[in-house]
Design a protein around this ligand. Structure first.
Ligand code: 5AD
Ligand code: SF4
Length: 450
């Protein structure tokens, strides 16, 4: 939408409240920030409770959840609000909007509009039409032709914020709905990213997390790859810290490790490297493009190049046909790699995906048992790994102040959450903290005076 059209919208709509409920990954959280910022331009101010809103949006993820059920029950809760506030409009966006399109409007009569992942920037226009014409709207086309040109929009980016570098995914892992809900992979131009991050720096941002489904396959129109982009951002911007997520193991290479090591003052030594399974046959049926052996070789390359690197992963248990022995391979992989953080999920069949049609789907009980076993094993490993930080000095970027306990918290470069005594003036500063005690999820420390 042009700024003139935005301005016209602004004049048409009085100050109103908008409430967005968000489910899902960082990508979705980032999309919600963008929605709030776009809607603020047309006089919708964020409110904390649906009861105070004239506009409610459900931004829902469909990667692992049964989101349609969630949407049904959440909208059901707003039924009475529609009666008490006849102005109230309710919309559904994100992956679920993309996936369900018109069907959602037909099945959930209380809904006023549905929009997809490529229609977020049309939100002011969609909302205006919903109010003006009082008609139901669906906007869920993919913009396959247009280049991926956006500017990070976030009304309140804080100390640390997300910056999308790619959208979509072309990998088609057999369990994953993302290629269907977010479309083909597109990369933003390097020069735009440099500008975008400099603008964020001027607004006080100290740390950015570069976001994409598979950041390693970033490729700008000029041919810049992800390793080159990282180096350019580290050298040509004033951002203090750079993180990124998510990496695909098949595309993780020595060049990227070297760039991280060369620019270690800015690029955090934390890598999220989803493995999904520790068994090569399961990996082949998942269409992951690597074997257990290949994955372990990449991990070794990373550990050899980046001393002190901290690793995290995603694992799916109970993929169709996964045997006990194959699951044990996943357990033993935890021992070999020593992940500091684990995100693990029970396999859930997703629409359009190949694996949903595979035979030998496991029972919920089997999946739950394997998940518990996996978390139990990982808890022991991660606690032992956390203990090794005791006595070390870590660089912590302070993000929050807890007035009640007069302490602050922030993340170390290894992405560990650290608490220590301090005042609110430390927010936004990077300080050295000596770790005095490690807990399973967090570290406690004492500031080392400069
Ligand atoms: N079932 C369970 N977990 C899934 N993920 C993606 N699709 C599914 C699914 N169908 C998990 C993967 C991915 C993370 C974002 O979500 O582990 O890395
Ligand atoms: Fe999904 Fe695989 Fe793409 Fe990740 S790489 S978003 S798991 S299809």
């Amino acid at each position: 939408m042009t700024s003139v059209a935005m301005q016209e919208n602004k004049e048409n709509i009085q100050q109103s409240g908008v409430y967005i409920s968000t489910y899902g990954c960082q990508m979705n959280v980032n999309d919600t920030d963008r929605m709030y910022a776009l809607l603020e331009m047309v006089n919708f101010n964020p409110v904390n409770r649906p009861e105070d809103a004239d506009l409610i949006i459900i931004n829902s993820c469909s990667v692992r959840e049964k989101p349609v059920h969630k949407v049904h029950s959440e909208v059901g809760r707003y039924k009475n609000l529609k009666k008490t506030n006849p102005k109230l409009k309710i919309g559904v966006g994100g992956c679920v909007g993309q996936q369900e399109k018109q069907r959602l409007l037909t099945d959930v009569p209380l809904l006023d509009f549905v929009f997809g992942t490529d229609a977020i920037d049309e939100l002011p226009d969609i909302v205006e039409k919903a109010y003006k014409n009082d008609q139901k709207i669906v906007r869920a086309r993919f913009e396959h032709q247009k280049p991926y040109q956006i500017q990070t929009l976030n009304s309140n980016p804080g100390v640390s914020t997300f910056v999308n570098i790619t959208k979509g995914c072309d990998n088609f892992c057999t369990f994953c709905v993302v290629p269907f809900t977010r479309g083909r992979e597109r990369s933003r131009a390097t020069s735009e990213l440099v500008k975008d991050i400099q603008t964020l720096v001027k607004r006080g941002v100290k740390e950015v997390t570069l976001l994409g489904q598979n950041v390693n396959s970033y490729k700008s129109e000029c041919g810049t790859n992800f390793a080159q982009l990282l180096e350019r951002l580290a050298q040509d911007t004033d951002i203090e810290r750079i993180r990124y997520t998510t990496s695909h193991p098949k595309d993780f290479d020595q060049e990227l490790c070297d760039v991280m090591q060369r620019n270690r003052e800015k690029i955090c030594e934390y890598i999220h490297l989803p493995v999904q399974s520790g068994n090569s046959e399961v990996l082949a049926r998942m269409n992951r493009g690597y074997t257990r052996q290949h994955y372990l070789e990449k991990v070794q390359m990373i550990k050899d190049t980046i001393p002190g690197v901290s690793l995290s992963t995603d694992i799916i248990v109970g993929f169709p046909g996964e045997t006990e022995e194959q699951f044990y391979d996943t357990l033993s992989l935890l021992d070999e790699v020593q992940y500091e953080t684990l995100f693990a999920f029970k396999y859930s069949p997703r629409p359009f995906t190949k694996a949903a049609k595979f035979e030998d789907q496991l029972s919920e009980q089997e999946k739950s048992e394997r998940l518990n076993q996996l978390f139990k094993k990982h808890d022991e490993i991660s606690f032992a790994l956390a203990k090794k930080y005791e006595g070390q000095n870590l660089k912590v970027l302070v993000e929050k102040y807890d007035e009640e306990n007069q302490r602050v918290s922030g993340r170390s470069t290894q992405n560990k959450l650290v608490h220590f005594s301090g005042e609110s003036d430390l927010i936004g500063k990077t300080v050295l903290v000596n770790i005095t005690e490690a807990f399973p999820q967090t570290l406690r420390g004492k500031r080392v005076e400069a």
